[in-house]
Design a protein around this ligand. Structure first.
Ligand code: LP5
Ligand code: MN
Length: 277
């Protein structure tokens, strides 16, 4: 059974960026015939969360094959320690599901998140996927659409941005990847613990996107529709920027349910689903 959620948005009357959104839960038949593209992010797949893995497999086998293309906008995995971890049973299962999807004709694109920024060519080849730069501008059924993970927009989170600069440094990545896999995993566990501790000290506004950073990005890319994840705040809003109105879709994380943004020539909508047992 597919549970679908539509987000209806009302424009802000004060002309500020953003909009007021209400969510309406509905049941509906998927219009499988309409060519469409799917977007997901923040699944944080790991062996310790088998339910989420089951939902992902359901999604890959039943929902994604109906799409022309699937874009995974970061944090597919809880963490990615390097492409030499492809033999891990979960990683094998995921890459196999991806290969099956692309063999069926659905194009697959993957973008780095902050958890899996070390995904490389060996993984994308094993998955028959294309690795995207962050951000990437696409033409989505005639609408210019900018895709980003979203963490780069959280510019109020100074501690995170400084961590981000460090781990995005190519030589830092090289020396990290030169260490044994088990050692890397241990360090990542330490980073995760420290990150979770620090997040508890931060207020939630700091960990959200900065409105000015969003505005700058929209301006830089000539006012596209924006789709991103990372904050886990599933929502749709309208940005009124320099006389332009730009749609902004934020993807949700996966846990007990999965969610996907489904876009076609008529527009986008969110679908929320669990695994039909
Ligand atoms: O991911 P999420 O949403 O929980 O939190 C993020 C930010 N945290 C992170 C840290 C990652 O979770 C750690 C795991 C990364 C794995 C892959 C990296 C491989 C690195 C090697 C590459 C060369 O991204 C969190 C934000 C939050 O989003 C919201 O935006 O607030 O940021 C932090 O918590 C960062 C901390 O404030 C500062 C950095 C702590 C880590 C320090 C590492 C110390 C090294 C110890 C081991 C050697
Ligand atoms: Mn993220």
């Amino acid at each position: 059974m597919l549970l679908s959620q539509k987000l209806k948005c009302l424009n802000n009357t004060n002309g500020a960026s953003g909009a007021v959104c209400i969510s309406v839960l509905i049941f509906r038949q998927q219009d499988c015939a309409m060519p469409h593209t799917l977007f997901i992010s923040d699944l944080h797949l790991c062996a310790k969360q088998p339910h989420t893995v089951k939902i992902f497999m359901h999604f890959m086998q039943q929902i994604a094959p109906q799409a022309e293309a699937l874009y995974i906008l970061g944090d597919l995995f809880e963490f990615w320690a390097g492409d030499d971890d492809l033999d891990d049973p979960l990683h094998k299962q995921v890459t196999q599901a991806m290969r099956t999807l692309t063999a069926g004709g659905t194009r697959l694109f993957i973008m780095h998140g902050n958890r899996d920024l070390l995904m490389g060519k060996t993984l994308t080849q094993a998955a028959s996927a294309t690795l995207l730069e962050d951000p990437t501008l696409i033409n989505l059924y005639g609408t210019p659409t900018l895709l980003t993970h979203g963490d780069a927009l959280c510019t109020d989170d100074i501690a995170y941005q400084s961590f981000r600069n460090q781990v995005h440094d190519a030589s830092w990545q090289q020396s990290f990847l030169a260490q044994p896999l088990a050692h890397r995993k241990m360090q990542i566990t330490q980073m995760r613990t420290r990150s979770e501790n620090e997040k508890q000290q931060k207020n939630s506004a700091i960990m959200d996107v900065n409105a000015e950073s969003v505005a700058d990005l929209l301006r830089e890319y000539n006012y596209p529709r924006l789709i991103h994840g990372h904050t886990h705040h599933l929502m749709h809003s309208l940005y009124h920027q320099d006389g332009h109105t730009c749609e902004r879709w934020v993807l949700g994380d996966w846990n007990k349910t999965g969610n996907t943004l489904r876009c076609d020539i008529l527009g986008c909508q969110v679908d929320i689903f669990d695994k039909s047992v």
